[in-house]
Design a binder for this molecule. Structure first.
Ligand SMILES: [Mg+2]
Length: 231
C-alpha cells in the first residue's frame, strides 16, 4: 500500500468493548424497577433492532440516548414489564448514563500494541465512530487519545455511519485522500460499506468469526491488519 498514510478505526467493538453483559443490565433495571428478572434471559438482537429501525440515529447525543432507551424499553416490554410511564423512562435513562462511564468499557488486549506498531510505521491514526460526544473523555480515560490525530464522533459532527458525510468529514479534517487511508471496523454495513462508498479501503474485524463470507479482508485481531499495511 504505497500511498497509505493513515489507519482509521471504528471505536465500539473494534477498540473498546463494554464490560456490562446482559445479566448486569437485567440486574440494574430490575433493581431500579423493583422487579426480579431472569438474569439468563437474552437481550433482543441489537444489530437487528438498529438496522431495522433507526440506522443513522447517532447524529446527536439526544438521538443516541433515544435509540438505546427505546431498545431497552423494547427489551423490558418483551420481558413482560408493563410500565409505560416515567419510572421505566427514568430507569433506562439511568442505565444509559451508567453504560457510558469509562469504567464500564475496556480495550481489547491487543489495542496498545496495535497503536504503537502503527505509529512506529510512521502512519497517522484516527477514529470515526457512531458515538455520543462522551467518546472523547472515554478515549482519554483509556489512554488511547495520545496515539490519535483525530476523532470524529457522529454526535459531534451531526452525521452517522454509513453516511458518506461522516467519512468525508474525517478525511477533510485530516487532510487525507480516500486512498491514503484504511478503515477497520466490526460492522459490514456501517464500517465496510460506509468507508468503501467514499473510496476508503476497509477491513472487517470479526473476532468471533461470526460474519458470513464477505468481499473484503477479514481479521480476528487488529494485529492481523499490520500485514495488510506492508507495501
Ligand atoms: Mg463498532
Amino acid at each position: 500500500m504505497d500511498k497509505l498514510k493513515a489507519v482509521i478505526y471504528d471505536a465500539g467493538h473494534t477498540l473498546l468493548e463494554p464490560r456490562l453483559k446482559a445479566p448486569d443490565i437485567w440486574d440494574f433495571l430490575g433493581t431500579r424497577l423493583g422487579i426480579a428478572f431472569d438474569r439468563t434471559r437474552a437481550m433482543p438482537n441489537v444489530g437487528v433492532y438498529f438496522y431495522r429501525n433507526v440506522m443513522g440515529s447517532y447524529d446527536s447525543d439526544a438521538r443516541a440516548r433515544g435509540f438505546w432507551n427505546s431498545y431497552y424499553i423494547k427489551a423490558m416490554t418483551e420481558a413482560g414489564v408493563d410500565e409505560a410511564g416515567e419510572r421505566l423512562k427514568d430507569a433506562v435513562n439511568a442505565l444509559y448514563d451508567w453504560y457510558q462511564q469509562p469504567a464500564q468499557w475496556r480495550m481489547f488486549p491487543e489495542v496498545p500494541e496495535m497503536l504503537r506498531a502503527v505509529r512506529e510505521r510512521g502512519l497517522r491514526q484516527g477514529i470515526i465512530s457512531d458515538w455520543g460526544t462522551d467518546l472523547i473523555p472515554l478515549l482519554h480515560a483509556h489512554d488511547i487519545s495520545d496515539h490519535l490525530e483525530f476523532v470524529v464522533a457522529s454526535a459531534t459532527v451531526g452525521t452517522a455511519k454509513p453516511h458518506p458525510d461522516i467519512f468525508h468529514n474525517a478525511l477533510a479534517r485530516a487532510g487525507l485522500q480516500p486512498d491514503e487511508a484504511i478503515y477497520i471496523g466490526d460492522s459490514y454495513i456501517s464500517d465496510v460499506l460506509g468507508a468503501r462508498a467514499v473510496g476508503i479501503r476497509a477491513v472487517l474485524i470479526d473476532r468471533e468469526r461470526r460474519a458470513p463470507e464477505v468481499d473484503c479482508p477479514v481479521v480476528t485481531s487488529l494485529l492481523d491488519v499490520l500485514q495488510l499495511l506492508e507495501p
